[in-house]
Write a protein that binds this ligand. Structure first.
Ligand SMILES: [Zn+2]
Length: 339
């Protein structure tokens, strides 16, 4: 496992050992606390394995244990393949529960806000995803809608834990009403302080106002595509991902979507999907497919992109989480009378 993780886990284990010792010594614990003593023994054994250099190695096959499992439980001593069938069933149950919790965090699938219509597709490669996708309605009646789409480095359980962290963090930051660039500044600082060194996430977010007004900022995420009447324009990121440098300052770009225009966001599971020859799908190809859908309902756009990616990568296994979000400014003036 990478060296960045082990010092973090050691620190966590040492902290837990102190708490355990305290609980064991405390008279409030009452009866001889056998489970606590057993736990202390396991924590000590894990620290001994760190000292002897065998930490994170499966005791049966001597291959490395899955990193995300070690992060969620530093006491594990066996890789997934060498768990008993009972332990494997318990793990699958946990993952299914995690998957349900994660799906419960997603915004409603048919989202409408003033003259904006939003559709998304959220497709984890496994049971849980490291992709992040959210829509936050304004607190004030004349406020703006916030959209966010991100991708935590890595996949599986560890990435999904960080995804839920991003979700909670941006939900609470967004309610404070800060501008979109500040939202990223603050989010980045908190993310830097609270994550394991070496963990980062790309993120694109923005606010939708009246008359097609759009404020957008990106932390190292793939270019957003503005699908207009005269073609597709890329809105590229000018900054680094969240979690890299706590002093990073982000800047927002201001633009406008005409009636019938759409903003398309996606994660690298889409743009880096591969075909059976190993070639990459690419941003240009999404641009072409999306450009043909100007004026279409965002559901049709999302479906057209997905079906093209699937056609391209037919015969391969989906290697990474795939997320797409289409933000459409509707053509019909009637819907926006409330503005
Ligand atoms: Zn093993």
């Amino acid at each position: 496992m990478p060296e960045v993780t082990e010092p973090y886990l050691r620190e966590q284990l040492e902290k837990r050992r102190e708490e355990l010792k305290h609980a064991i010594a405390s008279p409030a614990a009452g009866m001889p606390p056998a489970p606590l003593l057993q736990l202390l023994k396991e924590v000590n054994a894990a620290l001994d394995r760190m000292n002897s250099g065998t930490f994170g190695i499966c005791e049966t096959c001597h291959d490395p244990i899955e990193k995300d499992r070690l992060i969620s439980d530093p006491l594990v001593r066996l890789c997934i393949d060498h768990l008993s069938s009972e332990e494997q069933r318990a793990l699958e149950g946990d993952l299914e529960l995690a998957s349900r919790i994660q799906r419960g965090l997603l915004p409603q699938p048919d989202f409408a806000f003033r003259d904006w219509q939003i559709q998304y597709h959220y497709g984890p490669a496994g049971l849980v995803s490291g992709d992040y996708c959210d829509l936050i309605s304004p607190v004030k009646t004349n406020g703006k809608l916030t959209f966010l789409l991100g991708d935590v480095a890595g996949k599986g359980v560890a990435a999904s834990l960080l995804m839920t962290h991003l979700h909670a963090m941006f939900r609470s930051l967004s309610s404070s009403g800060v501008e979109i660039d500040q939202l990223l500044d603050l989010g980045n600082r908190i993310f830097c302080e609270s994550t394991i060194a070496g963990q980062y996430a790309t993120l694109i977010c923005g606010r939708l106002g009246v008359n097609g007004e759009l404020h957008i900022a990106s932390a190292g995420h793939l270019p957003a595509l503005h699908i207009g009447r005269h073609g597709v324009e890329q809105i590229t990121s000018t900054s680094v991902p969240l979690g890299m440098f706590s002093s990073t300052r982000y800047t927002a770009q201001h633009t406008r979507l005409e009636r019938g225009d759409t903003l398309l966001l996606y994660t690298d599971g889409i743009s880096e999907a591969r075909n059976t020859l190993g070639a990459e799908y690419g941003v240009d190809r999404i641009s072409i497919v999306a450009g043909e859908q100007h004026g279409a309902h965002p559901r049709e756009l999302v479906d057209a992109c997905l079906s093209d990616v699937r056609k391209f990568s037919a015969g391969t296994r989906q290697a990474d989480d795939q997320t797409l979000m289409a933000i459409h400014r509707t053509d019909s003036a009637a819907i926006s009378l409330g503005e």
